[in-house]
Design a protein around this ligand. Structure first.
Ligand code: URA
Length: 258
């Protein structure tokens, strides 16, 4: 059993004082009763709770996959820019959500939003070897020699050495590359291509572990992941397999979007 206001506060964006005010206005319902006393004890598993007629369901862990648009930042709050959390509708917003990892403001693509700190750590820690895949549009054509340089662990500006990474060009698109990384240093992809005297014109993250971004997920849209999708995030395949799958199934779709 749990206090009504504590339950609503942990599942939504409402603060306890907002909940108290809503209750006094008769906006909170438990089963078929309007409840004005927020200290009421409820059973989150069996009672049905409504705020302003919207049902608040009990969910411990939440996993949302967003196709981040250009111009939006991966942060929980920002004074100047829209954040990925601002793009969520009220019925999924809750205070404990955060983006698991960062894409730059001008990078698009796959971002995981969750309240699961442990999963986030498993996905982001370079020691856990969960690959992230990027599609890159370059200023100059892709050059085969990049593969060897990235594989050896390229040194980026400031003298930082990157972990070995795999990269390949794409057939029919000489200025694009498909890249696998196991870490996420600040502006890493841009700095890696700068280190080989090229320049990233646009960047999209399209896959993490074995989970690819669904093609029909519009920019700025999101889906809640099922348990089987979350499991895919933690599974891996060889770079060759992922590249071949990408090249045969998705490449023309994504290249048109780059
Ligand atoms: N590397 C970058 O340079 N930017 C990103 O957003 C992600 C990886």
């Amino acid at each position: 059993m749990e206090r009504l206001d504590k339950f609503i506060s942990s599942m939504t964006e409402y603060t306890r004082s907002q909940i108290k005010k809503l209750a006094l206005k008769g906006k909170i319902q438990v089963n078929s009763e309007i409840v004005k006393d927020c200290s009421l004890k409820i059973d989150p598993e069996s009672d049905r709770i409504y705020v302003c007629k919207r049902e608040i369901t009990f969910k411990e862990k939440v996993y949302i996959l967003m196709n981040k648009p250009d111009g939006v930042v991966c942060a929980t709050q920002d004074l100047r820019d829209k954040t990925v959390l601002d793009l969520l509708s009220d019925d999924v917003k809750r205070k404990d959500l955060f983006p698991a990892g960062r894409l730059d403001k001008d990078t698009r693509g796959m971002v995981l939003i969750t309240n699961d700190g442990e999963l986030s750590h498993r996905i982001l820690s370079p020691k856990k070897h969960i690959p992230k895949y990027y599609l890159v549009r370059l200023k100059e054509n892709f050059c085969e020699k990049y593969a060897k340089e990235f594989e050896q662990g390229i040194i980026i500006d400031g003298g930082e050495k990157c972990l070995p990474a795999k990269v390949r060009g794409l057939e029919n698109c000489p200025d694009a590359a498909f890249l696998e990384l196991f870490e996420g240093k600040f502006h890493q992809v841009k700095r890696m291509f700068a280190a080989v005297e090229n320049h990233v014109e646009s960047l999209v993250r399209i896959r993490m572990g074995n989970l690819s971004m669904p093609e029909n997920l519009e920019s700025g849209s999101y889906v809640e992941l099922l348990h089987k999708d979350v499991e895919k995030l933690l599974k891996t395949q060889s770079f060759e397999e992922v590249y071949n799958e990408f090249d045969s199934i998705f490449s023309s779709y994504w290249i048109n979007k780059l």
